[in-house]
Design a protein around this ligand. Structure first.
Ligand code: F6R
Length: 614
């Protein structure tokens, strides 16, 4: 998704803006631009492609003695990823520029009105309309013009505005698109960014802008106001625990690989302090629901997108099994547009790494409006979902930079298992013995993964030589591992561009089995669990049709060797922990195949880390 960085302060602006934009590269983008003010003039550079292309054309500007400016990385929505469509966008005079994330839904009619008034447009974007509309409304008072403009637009925006007529001030504003402000308490200036990692090299003191708020940023001040009333709002300053080093590769070739290897720590960080190692008793103080709420709940909706949705699918099995509460799992973009039977006896849980995904956010807003309590399982402190939900269960995975989610997913699973125990224990439906057993299983899984990770990586590396050039791939699993088959397929398709599908193993014979021939690779998850025999039968059906099987199963399972030579063995763990453990080879397989094919695994084509538009 698009990235915004803005700075006003004593440092040279371009290095600050570029450093910030680099920290946002992981979000995905296809063009970039910067603007700074020097000698009363706005100087703008834009180009298609990566930031390195931009750096190549700004050369001397890097050292420009300017102390205020904006930068943007664009992920195309309206108009192709060309230089003309790259941000910043200017008004007719060239004295005012805007960078924007989000979508202005009524841009078409606004543009026609502005054209009729003589405004000339040079791009196909919705953003350019903002620059011209502010110009149209500008009568010496920039703040008044911006407030009037934003009152006329429909849709979502996080914007940064710089006007030569107000040379010391950047204006930031948001509605339904994230924007965070940074303040350097050592007098090193004020910052704005669409995501926290952009600020980490400069400050950890941040202010989260809420919907319909705007901020005026100068070298020495960062004040926030209501867009509706114009009144000043006292904001809380939050200290971010992440540091800049956490968002670096630390010797790994890719962020994705580093994050795969960080999973044991991410899981441990997510559960530590929340579970009693002896009794398995769970306490999540920030969860925002009382024991009485838990007993009152009749149904749970789990709402999420993509990989986070797969975590929700696993959690359905756990919650129904151990807390005895019926669970519905919804893809957020579907949830928000169907007739919801939601009331105060429904608990809605959003699952999101970023806490900013537009559809998931819209889903919880809707559920809240219908009377549901809302809990969010989220990785980013202070993100919009955490601010809007009644309670939060943070996954302490640290910043996830690779576009393909890895450590956030397994941390979500750990948090959801904690959540399951919390519900079951508060409802009084899990016995103390079961609590102890499940708690210890959860606590132990990080160590198992830590020990096995390098071994699995080596085995996968050997195995992929005969699979990396295939065109299609199927993944199958059953029960708790069916969502892991979906996740394995998603990982592979998003970073290697191989067409891959995940199926519930038992579903195969209802259609997909027609795809099986001697060319088709099928990865089957076959731990020795309650449905082991059933999956083995499905695997035999594939073998009978000459499918090329890769099996991931339990150490010591000799039967697997009668089926194929391509086997990854994993230790026997508590059956409920299999989804966490079996995710690891699926991630490593996708990583190994994608790198073997020469793909850019950290920034796959067309993808964005955080989808803040519908
Ligand atoms: C896939 C991936 C996406 C995200 C999805 C939701 O690897 O990362 O499918 O899981 O866009 O994002 P969050 O969790 O931030 O709401």
């Amino acid at each position: 998704m698009c990235g915004i960085v803005g700075y006003a302060g004593p440092r040279r602006v371009i290095p600050v803006v570029l450093e910030g934009l680099k920290r946002l590269e992981y979000r995905g983008y296809d063009s970039a631009g910067v603007v700074y003010l020097q000698d009363g003039k706005l100087i703008k550079y834009r180009c298609q492609g990566k930031l390195s292309n931009l750096e190549a054309i700004i050369d001397e500007a890097i050292m420009a003695p300017s102390h205020i400016g904006l930068g943007h990385t664009r992920w195309a929505t309206h108009g192709a990823p060309t230089t003309e469509n790259a941000h910043p966008h200017s008004d007719c005079t060239g004295d005012l520029v805007v960078v924007h994330n989000g979508i202005i839904e009524n841009y078409h009619s606004l543009r026609e009105e502005l054209r009729a008034k003589g405004h000339r447009f040079t791009s196909e974007t919705d953003t350019e309309v903002l620059a011209h509309l502010i110009e149209e409304n500008l009568d010496g008072d920039l703040v008044a013009a911006i407030r009037k403009t934003l009152d006329l637009v429909e849709g979502s925006y996080a914007i940064g505005v710089l006007w030569a007529g107000m040379p010391d001030t950047l204006v930031a504003a948001r509605n339904q698109s994230p924007l965070v402000l940074g303040i350097d308490e050592n007098g090193q200036g004020s910052f704005m960014a669409s995501d926290i990692p952009a600020l980490l090299p400069f400050t950890k003191q941040v202010i989260f802008l809420e919907d319909r708020e705007f901020a005026l940023l100068t070298a020495g001040d960062c004040s926030v106001y209501s867009l509706l009333s114009g009144e000043k709002i006292e904001k809380k300053v939050t200290t971010i625990e992440w540091n800049a080093a956490m968002a670096e590769k630390a010797g790994f070739k890719h962020f994705m690989l580093k994050e795969i290897f960080e999973q044991p720590q991410a899981i441990t960080n997510t559960i530590s302090g929340r579970i009693n190692p002896e009794s398995g008793e769970v306490d999540i103080p920030e969860i925002g629901i009382t024991d009485e709420d838990v007993r009152y709940i009749e149904r749970i909706f789990l709402v999420a997108c993509g990989t986070s949705w797969h975590a929700a699918l696993v959690a359905k099995y756990w919650i129904e099994k151990y807390a005895g509460i019926p669970v519905e799992v919804d893809i957020a973009s579907e949830f928000r547009y169907r007739r919801l039977i939601v009331n105060d006896r429904v608990l809605t849980v959003s699952i999101s790494q970023s806490g900013e995904t537009a559809d998931t956010l819209a889903g919880i807003r809707l559920a809240k409006k219908l009377g549901s309590k809302v809990v969010t399982i989220c990785n980013v402190v202070g993100s919009t979902m955490t601010r809007e939900a009644h309670g939060t269960v943070y996954t302490h995975a640290g910043p996830e930079i690779g576009v393909a989610s890895t450590k956030a997913f397994t941390a979500q699973l750990a948090a959801l298992f904690l959540f399951t125990l919390f519900l079951g224990q508060r409802k009084g439906v899990i016995s103390p013995e079961k609590s102890r057993e499940l708690g210890q299983a959860l606590i132990g899984i990080a160590e198992v993964i830590k020990e096995k990770l390098p071994v699995i990586q080596t085995q996968i590396q050997q195995l992929i030589e005969s699979f990396y050039s295939c065109r299609d791939f199927l993944f199958i699993g059953r029960g708790l591992n069916f969502p892991i088959a979906l996740e394995g397929a998603l990982k592979l398709k998003e970073i290697s561009y191989i067409h891959a599908e995940g199926y519930a193993a038992g579903e195969l014979k209802h259609g997909p089995i027609a795809l099986i021939d001697k060319e088709m690779p099928i990865l089957a998850l076959v731990p020795q669990d309650a449905v082991y025999q059933k999956v083995i039968s499905n695997v035999e059906e594939i073998k009978a049709r000459q499918g090329r099987l890769i099996l991931i199963g339990t150490e010591g399972d000799q039967h697997l060797k009668t089926i194929t030579d391509d086997i990854i063995y994993l230790p026997a763990v508590h059956e409920d922990m299999n989804p966490i453990l079996y995710t690891i080879p699926a991630q490593l397989l996708a990583y190994a195949i994608a790198t073997r094919r020469g793909c850019d695994v950290d920034q796959p084509r067309n993808l964005a880390k955080c989808v803040t538009v519908e």
